[in-house]
Design a protein around this ligand. Structure first.
Ligand code: DGT
Ligand code: CA
Ligand code: CA
Ligand code: ZN
Length: 579
C-alpha cells in the first residue's frame, strides 16, 4: 500500500473503533497517526527501512508495526477482525450527511438501530427524537440526509466518471472492429455530475465489441446485452451504456445521445421547420424516403445543414444555443490552454500538503506565468489558518522568493480570509491591505437564513480589501446542499464593488454554478478559475473549472486568470490603491 492508502486505513480504523465505542485515547491515537502520516515530509519507505518511523511524533510502537505491515502488504488481522465485528449497516450510516460515528453508536446502543431502514423507522416513530442529544430538529436533518443520500448515490462526479471512462474509450478505439468511438451524454456535455456513461461506437460487427465491453474489469453486473445496445454496472455503482451503430449513422447517433434532451427537442423542431426529419438514425427530407447522409461526415456538417454554426457539446443544454448559433454569435469559449496562472491555492502553512516552493514549481511546470497563494485565515483553526503575524511572515517569504529569481513563475501573496458570521473579515485591515489580493469565503455558520446569509456575504464583498469571493454557496456536490443565499443579489454586489466571483474548480464544488454565468458575465462580472489546490496534484482541477466556464458561455476575457501577468498586476495594483 502507498502512503495515501495507509492513511485511509488508519482513518477507517479510528471510525470503526468509534462505532464500537472503544476507548477515546485509542481512537485518537489512530487519528493523530493518520495526521502525522499525511504531514510526513520524508519518504515513508525509507523511514520504515531505516527503522526510524517509531521515532516520529505520533507513531507509537503499535502504530509503527501496523503501518509497516500495511506498507509491506502483509495481512493485518486486527483490521480484518475489526471490520468484521462492526455491522455493515452501521458503516453505511456514516454516508448520511450530518451523522457521525458517535450518534450512530448511540442509536445502535439505545434503540438497536443497525441499518438505514431501521434508522428511518426510528426517526419517523419519534423514538429517535426522545434520545438525549437528538430532538426533533436533528431527526428532521437525519431524514433529509437519508433522502439526499439516495438521490446522491444515483449520480457521480464528472471528474470520477471521466476517469473511469478513459480506459474504456481507449479500449474501444483499439478494437479492430471499431471504426470510431466517442463518449456521449452528460459526460461529453461536461455536466458536473453524470447519471451514467454513454459510449458510442461505429461498426458493422457489433457482437465482438459487446463481448469485450461486458467483460471489462470492474463490471459487476451485465444488465443488458444485445447487438445494438449493452449496459453494465461497475463495482462502484457507476453504470454504462454502449451503443454500436453502422458507420453511416454514427454522426446522427452521436448527436442524439450527446443530448441534452432539451437540445434534441429544439434541433428536431428546427429540422422540421426546414422540411427535414431528424432522428438518431439520420436526417431525411420530408418529400423523400431515403436518408440524406452522404454529405454529413461530422457534427459540423449536421449543424450547417440546419443553418447553424457548430455548437460545442458543453452548450447543448437547450438554453438558447440554437438561436445564437443561427446568427453565428456563439462565444469563442475559453480553453484550458488559455490559463496563465491560478489564485486560490493552499500550502502547508495552513492545510495544504506541499510547500510554497513545491507548489510554485508545479505551477511553473504547467507553463503558468503566475501562481497565487491563499492559505486559510485564523478562524479556520481546524485548517491551521494563519493569524496576522503568520500572514506577514508568509508575505515576506513570498517577496523573498520572487526576488530570488528561482522561479520564472511570479507568486502573488493572498489569503483565503474567513467571512465571519456577521460579514466582517477575520483579519485586521492593515494586514489585508499589505497583500496582493484577498479571497473571502464562508467556512462556518452555514445555517443562517437566506436574508442573513445574503447580507453577510454582501458585507464581505463590500469590504475594500475583497478581491474575490470564494465558493459562493459552499455546496459539496453529492454531499452537502448549498447554503441558502440570494445569488442574484450577491452577483450584483460583486459587480458594483468590482469583486471577482471565483469558479471554485474543485470537482466537488464547481461553485458558482455554471447556470448563472452567461447572464452574470453579460452584466460585467469577472471570474477566476480557482483550483483550491491543497497539494500539487490539485492544480489539475482547473480542467473541471474550465468545463464550468464553457458551460457558462464564458470567453477568455471574462476569466481573470487567462490575463497576461502584467495586466493582472496592473488590475491588482489599481484595486489595492482603492482600499
Ligand atoms: P445523465 O446520464 O442523467 O447524466 O444525463 P444524459 O444526458 O447522459 O442522459 P441519458 O444517459 O439518459 O441519455 C443520453 C442522451 O440520449 C440524452 O442526453 C439525450 C438522449 N435521450 C435520451 N432519452 C431521450 C428522450 O426521451 N428524448 C430525446 N430527445 N433524447 C433522449
Ligand atoms: Ca448518461
Ligand atoms: Ca444512458
Ligand atoms: Zn475555502
Amino acid at each position: 500500500m502507498d502512503k495515501g492508502e495507509i492513511s485511509q486505513v488508519l482513518g477507517e480504523i479510528a471510525t470503526l473503533l468509534e462505532l464500537k465505542g472503544e476507548n477515546p485515547f485509542k481512537i485518537r491515537a489512530y487519528q493523530s497517526g493518520q495526521r502525522a502520516l499525511d504531514l510526513l515530509e520524508e519518504d515513508l519507505g525509507t523511514l520504515i527501512e531505516e527503522e526510524r518511523l517509531g521515532a516520529i511524533k505520533g507513531f507509537g510502537k503499535a502504530l509503527t508495526e501496523k503501518v509497516t505491515a500495511l506498507y509491506r502488504d502483509e495481512s493485518l488481522p486486527f483490521y480484518d477482525n475489526l471490520k468484521a465485528s462492526v455491522g455493515p449497516g452501521l458503516v453505511e450510516m456514516l454516508e448520511i450527511p450530518g451523522l457521525g460515528a458517535k450518534k450512530i453508536r448511540k442509536l445502535h446502543r439505545a434503540l438497536g438501530v443497525d441499518s438505514i431502514d431501521d434508522l428511518t423507522r426510528a426517526c419517523q416513530s419519534g423514538e429517535a427524537a426522545g434520545l438525549s442529544g437528538f430532538g426533533p430538529k436533528s431527526v428532521e436533518k437525519i431524514l433529509s440526509g437519508i433522502r439526499n443520500r439516495e438521490a446522491y448515490s444515483k449520480r457521480h462526479l464528472w471528474w470520477v466518471a471521466e476517469e473511469a471512462s478513459r480506459p474504456i474509450l481507449e479500449g474501444l478505439r483499439a478494437l479492430p472492429e471499431v471504426d470510431r468511438a466517442e463518449v456521449a451524454g452528460s459526460l461529453r456535455r461536461r455536466v458536473e455530475t453524470v447519471g451514467d456513461l454513454d459510449f458510442l461506437a461505429a461498426s458493422d460487427r457489433p457482437d465482438p465489441i459487446m463481448d469485450w465491453f461486458v467483460s471489462q474489469p470492474g463490471v459487476k453486473e451485465v444488465t443488458a446485452q444485445g447487438s445494438s445496445k449493452s449496459s453494465v454496472r461497475f463495482e462502484d455503482g457507476l453504470q454504462a451504456d454502449l451503443r454500436v451503430v453502422p458507420p453511416d449513422q454514427f454522426v446522427f447517433a452521436l448527436h442524439h445521445f450527446t443530448g441534452s434532451k432539451d437540445h434534441n427537442v429544439a434541433m428536431r423542431g428546427r429540422a422540421l421547420s426546414l422540411g427535414y426529419s431528424l432522428s438518431e438514425w439520420g436526417l431525411r427530407r420530408d418529400d423523400r424516403k431515403s436518408m440524406s447522409v452522404a454529405s454529413v461526415r461530422d457534427e459540423s456538417d449536421l449543424f450547417s445543414l440546419l443553418g447553424l454554426s457548430y455548437i460545442p457539446p458543453e452548450l447543448r443544454e437547450g438554453r438558447g444555443e440554437l438561436e445564437t448559433a443561427e446568427c453565428g454569435q456563439l462565444p469563442d469559449l475559453v480553453k484550458g490552454g488559455d490559463l496563465r496562472g491560478a489564485f486560490h491555492n493552499h500550502t502547508h502553512a495552513s492545510d495544504g500538503e506541499n510547500s510554497l516552493e513545491e507548489m510554485t514549481r508545479a505551477a511553473q511546470d504547467l507553463g503558468w506565468d503566475y501562481f497565487g497563494v491563499a492559505d486559510h485565515s485564523k478562524a479556520s483553526f481546524q485548517a491551521n489558518g494563519l493569524n496576522e503575524a503568520r500572514v506577514r511572515g508568509q508575505l515576506e517569504q513570498i517577496r523573498n522568493l520572487n526576488d530570488s529569481g528561482r522561479f520564472s513563475c511570479h507568486v502573488f501573496a493572498g489569503i483565503e480570509c474567513d467571512i465571519l458570521r456577521d460579514g466582517s473579515l477575520d483579519l485586521d485591515d492593515s494586514t489585508l491591505q499589505m497583500l496582493d489580493y484577498v479571497v473571502v469565503s464562508v467556512h462556518s455558520s452555514f445555517t443562517l437564513d437566506e436574508e442573513a446569509m445574503t447580507r453577510r456575504i454582501i458585507r464581505a464583498v463590500e469590504h475594500p480589501s475583497a478581491t474575490m469571493l470564494g465558493h459562493l454557496t459552499g455546496r459539496l456536490l453529492l454531499r452537502r446542499e448549498p447554503y441558502t443565499v440570494n445569488v442574484e443579489k450577491v452577483i450584483d454586489a460583486a459587480i458594483a464593488n468590482q469583486v471577482i466571483i471565483e469558479i471554485n474548480a474543485h470537482p466537488q464544488r464547481l461553485d458558482m454554478d455554471w447556470r448563472h454565468w452567461r447572464k452574470a458575465a453579460a452584466k460585467g462580472l469577472l471570474t477566476s478559475v480557482n483550483p483550491d489546490a491543497h497539494r500539487v496534484s490539485g492544480l489539475a482541477y482547473v480542467a473541471a473549472g474550465i468545463n464550468a466556464c464553457r458551460k457558462g458561455w464564458l470567453t477568455a476575457e471574462s476569466v481573470f486568470n487567462t490575463w497576461p501577468l502584467q495586466r493582472v498586476q496592473a488590475y491588482l495594483e489599481t484595486m489595492k490603491a482603492k482600499r
